[in-house]
Ligand binder design. Structure first.
Ligand SMILES: Cc1cc2nc3c(=O)[nH]c(=O)nc-3n(C[C@H](O)[C@H](O)[C@H](O)COP(=O)(O)OP(=O)(O)OC[C@H]3O[C@@H](n4cnc5c(N)ncnc54)[C@H](O)[C@@H]3O)c2cc1C
Length: 390
């Protein structure tokens, strides 16, 4: 028989940036006292929150999704303000527009940047000279930053401790069901130990690619999700490219960005970064699928293509690859938009599923949470005894 723990105000499933930030919000802003955070890995922010391109999006990347671009413009100043130590600003960011096969022309890109209020200037001749002029129409200097995920992880660790959130590492949540007295029940499976049931008022499913992988009465996510096994190459770039971040828009091109957590650059390529994709469904565990994947690097193909546009990249040294499952909403496949997913499950009142899409979207999630009512168990019990004593 699984053991039943004492009741909790909330169980947060997933210790990525979103799970951690939501736990801290509930404790600090909403006064919930008893919060458990379950994370299947042995540390915080080790999955998608680590293995990503570390770009603090500032709108430029989304000429096909005005809403996403606009929301980034609103959120970025807040992100920079709230996590100044985790944001790297001391590099030069260039967006270049390809002459062929681009879904946007240089003129359209400039107009789009003006519409979203994002600063854009022609790049200096020395920077333009890095690009092959027969393939690149124009090069712009923009304002975009990178985040250091290890610093976000240290922040999360510190704050969670200060708020008294009980973190359960190496513990997988497997089932979400209705419990007695209007509570919810979450089954936790710690590594090598027996399953435990935790009874709680609220459950936050912040498991990113694992959002649909729950048994019990969990109904699944209503929004279609696409899963992609992705590879980002970690590169030591030659001196001429150090201090630069470069994105070639908009179509089957590439990005290289500083990756502050390792002092290297990530290299992603629209054609070679996604290795494998499928439509998400309950029972196909993306984490297991990634574990079983052979992970043969495609860095040679990335560099061969990137070198045509940016010859200096041919001198970059390959160090490592970050393989991760990337989860996106099926509805945004065409426009590359990255809205949040925020679902309440009417079948399980108090249960929420959240997918941020990108790091600065945290403010869109917190805005949704601001509109929700949360009552801690201690407060509920106090109110109940007040009624009885009164
Ligand atoms: C290749 C790639 C590039 C990206 N580039 C950028 C970028 O440049 N800029 C940007 O802003 N965003 C980018 N993103 C998106 C960004 O990484 C995510 O939006 C963000 O990290 C999601 O945070 P999260 O907390 O939801 O997910 P995660 O960090 O993955 O956290 C989910 C956690 O849940 C845990 N978990 C899962 N299932 C269970 C379970 N059953 N029980 C217990 N724990 C569980 C996992 O171990 C994991 O730690 C990129 C993503 C990828 C994959």
């Amino acid at each position: 028989m699984p053991a039943t723990d004492i009741s909790q105000d909330a169980v947060i499933i997933g210790g990525g940036f979103y799970g951690a930030a939501i736990a801290i919000y509930l404790a600090k802003q909403r006064g919930l006292k008893r919060i458990v955070l379950a994370e299947r890995e042995s540390a915080l922010l080790t999955r998608a929150s680590y293995s990503n391109q570390a770009r603090v999006h500032n709108g430029y990347h989304y000429p096909r999704s005005f809403t996403t671009a606009y929301r980034s413009r609103v959120n970025v100043p807040k992100f920079v303000h709230d996590w100044p130590d985790a944001v790297k600003q001391d590099f030069t960011k260039l967006y270049a527009i390809a002459r062929r096969n681009s879904k946007v022309t240089a003129k359209q890109f400039e107009r789009f940047c003006r519409e979203i209020g994002a600063r854009i200037r022609p790049a200096a001749p020395a920077l333009r000279a890095l690009f092959e002029p027969r393939l690149i129409e124009d090069v712009f200097l923009v304002e975009e930053y990178a985040f250091d995920t290890t610093k976000l992880a240290s922040w999360a660790e510190r704050e969670l401790k200060e708020c008294g959130v009980h973190i359960r590492f190496e513990t997988r949540a497997t089932k979400i069901s209705k419990g007695p007295n209007g509570m919810l029940s979450v089954a936790l499976q710690p590594n090598c130990r027996t399953e435990e049931l935790i009874s709680c008022r609220y459950v936050f499913n912040c498991t990113y690619s694992g959002l649909n992988q729950f048994k019990g009465e969990f109904p699944g996510i209503r929004t279609g999700l696409k899963q992609e096994i992705t590879e980002m190459a970690l590169m030591q770039v030659p001196p001429v490219l150090q201090g630069l971040g470069i994105t070639v828009m908009d179509g089957p091109f590439f990005s290289m960005m500083p990756f502050p957590a390792r002092g290297l650059h990530t290299l992603s390529h629209v054609r070679y970064t996604p290795h494998l994709h499928w439509n998400d469904q309950q029972g196909i565990d993306p984490y297991r699928k990634l574990n079983d994947y052979e992970r043969a690097t495609r860095v040679d193909r990335m560099i061969r293509d990137v070198g045509r546009y940016l010859p200096a990249m041919l001198d970059a040294k390959y160090v490592d690859s970050l393989f991760e499952v990337k989860t996106v909403l099926v509805k945004n496949e065409g426009d590359d938009g990255r809205p949040i997913l925020f679902e309440k499950h009417p079948e399980l009142p108090g249960c929420y599923s959240v997918l941020g899409g990108k790091i600065d979207n945290i403010y869109d999630v917190l805005e949704k949470l601001d509109a929700e009512q949360f009552v801690g168990i201690a407060v509920q019990e106090h109110a109940r005894s007040g009624v009885m004593n009164g």
